[in-house]
Design a protein. Sequence first.
Length: 624
Amino acid sequence: MNKNFYGVCAALLASTSMIAQNVEGDSTKVRQLDEVVVSDSKFELKRENSGKTVIKITAEELERYQGKNITEIINNQSGIEISGSRSPEGSVFGVYARGGRGRQVLVIVDGVRVLDPSSFSEVYDLRLLSAASVESIEIIKGAASTLYGTNAATAVINITTKKASVKPISLSVQSSVGTNQTQDDQNYNVSRSSNSAQISGTLNKFNYSGSFSNRYAEGISANITPANEEDPFSNISTNLRLGYDFSDKLKVSVYGNQTKVNTNFDNSYGPTDAPNQFISKQERAGVAATYDYGRGSLRANAGYSSYDSENITDFPSTFKGNNYVVDVYHKYNFNDQFHSVVGLNYLADETDFLAKEKFEITDPYANVVYVSDFGLNLNAGARLNNHTEYGTNFVYNINPSFTLKMDGSYLKFLTSYATSYITPSLTQLFGNYGANPDLEPEDDRTIEGGLEFAGKGNFRASALYFNRKEENFVFYDNATSSYKNALNTIDAQGVEVELSWKAADKLNFDANYTFTERKGDDAVRIPKHKINANLGYAFSDRAFASLNYSLTGSRTDSDFSTFPSTIVPLDSFSLVDLYLSHECIENRLKVFLNVNNILNQEYTEALGFTTKGRNVMIGFSLNL
């Protein structure tokens, strides 16, 4: 084992005992029973009045994930499997929610839809986000196109980045270093690092925030091959946000982001080692405005993104694309019980093929929320999708729930019926190979039913059954060498169970279980069973430890080493992670140790691709 790495670990952990003052840490905080959720209605609703089992990852919880990237954090949630999250940095093969595919998950950052229109599948690359810049994450599962439009078929991942400090000037720094090694090569060399710095503040009516982050990793080959050469990964991201409060009612902010990714990868077919390289630059800019008046508010989010990527291989290719998003909506509270949202959403995607191609979508939508004083809650809405290629498409949702309050506790019964749509990608409509401009949108219908109980002592449990049907999904027909809408349907069903319990002042426990069954195709990389469990304990006001267990059940994958490719089974696997933190100076300095796969288990996540063994990360966060 590398002596230098052990020396760094010892020095950092020893420093935690140098200051013996008692401080009140926040690492033992758990989700509160009266927490507020926003994503499922665009209103701030108490969880007991929401008709969904929304997953909310708070700022306090994100602090306990220091040393992990966004894909690792989200992968611990129920109903979601991110293939590649346990592989080397730079390997993300797909986000699967409720038995769906990557294009059926919509990612929103600060109210704006994000995706790369030049990519084959038009999905957002979660590698572009720095976990250090994220304030909170809300995940709603199920069909949600009524509020969020195309791609919101199986889940919406709503990410909010960190805002400006209320102090005139504030500095936040996070840094970590660690290993990047496989199960059979435990060399303990320092080969992975993550750093970020944010400076922000508020000066009267003006607020500002600027941040820089970078991630780097080397030491692991992307593919399992005899040579196993290293495939390094780097990510550099810069953010700037400026805001001005013209009055108590009118607030405006502008933002900009640039992210660069550079990663080496190997050939998928074989698989074989190769000096392939992927270089990508993303630039985003936008404006957000809010005008509040009494019972109502008018909100506008507008964003522009550009993507410029290059694959350097034996068959080099370049990808350039832009997208434009404008979402304007009016919220009104008629009283404490009845709320409404009326909005207009516009988006345009464009990319370069043999010529520049583009489509536009203009969608009016409306949603209402009713919260009665006798327990009945209703969330319902509709959207009329207008597309420049295929015309119009209508989607809607009906989401009633009933909350039975019982002396500080509640039992909530919920159900919903919702439809969603997925626009064919620009590649499928106009690409250089097999394009079909006559494609129709993919349709998705989801039925849910379940219950949630929240008791005294910060205890919450929920169980939910879902049933999905996919129709008109787009596939590549080898017989005609073109894209087509399928005539058959895909059926997916499953059960999601969640538990959150603060067993004592210093002990909390969270767990979830997901059963997923998909019929109609090969359903590759979708586990039938998945379990996550986390046990956290506060040894003192300053010291915190957590143990995380995850089980990924059996599933299948495509074997591209044969022609034609075959479907092969993959064994289930389980991993155990350890996290330790110590707050040295009250609300100022915290150090942490993160050990992933502490039992050094060998497993396969995606056929032919490398996975990580035991790895150690140490780091600190400093707030000034």
